[in-house]
Write a protein that binds this ligand. Structure first.
Ligand SMILES: [Zn+2]
Length: 142
């Protein structure tokens, strides 16, 4: 039987709008408390802001184990993503830094914990054309 061949799920297309950003981020008025973070087994090991020598989930060298457990939530650009904690739902900004001081081929990633309000403003400021949703991941279209 040919039942087990995988079909690519058809992505849903959303207009880039405040309503869509609300779907991606959640209510910007609802803040994640320090208590939630301190009891979260993933987030309690991740500082508010940290530089990583590799993208979490990719090459593991030098990457905090906890950061590697964060899930891709929204891909804004190749150099800018939103990650989400699979346990408490806290959002993180992952940004590739282009530093002249870094050697050729070396990349550094800045991981920053965001409150929902900050994540909301970050996404709203992007002015993308549309946003696709594939499974649980959002992808910005330019
Ligand atoms: Zn967490």
């Amino acid at each position: 039987m040919a039942e087990d061949h995988k079909t690519q799920p058809v992505p849903r297309v959303y207009p880039f709008s405040r309503e869509t950003v609300f779907l991606i981020v959640g209510d910007p008025e609802v803040a994640i408390s320090r208590t939630t973070l301190s009891i979260c087994e993933v987030c309690n090991a991740i500082p508010d802001a940290v530089n990583l020598t590799a993208e979490p989930g990719g090459q593991r060298d030098g990457v905090l184990d906890s950061a590697a457990r964060l899930k891709d939530h929204a891909e804004i650009k190749g150099s800018l993503k939103l990650l989400r904690c699979p346990v408490c739902g806290c959002l993180y900004k992952l940004e590739r830094k282009t530093e002249f001081l870094l050697g050729a081929g070396e990349k550094e990633w800045a991981l920053t914990r965001l409150q929902r309000g900050d994540a909301f403003e970050l996404l709203l400021g992007q002015q993308a054309k549309a946003v696709l949703k594939r499974d649980d991941k959002w992808v910005f279209e330019w």
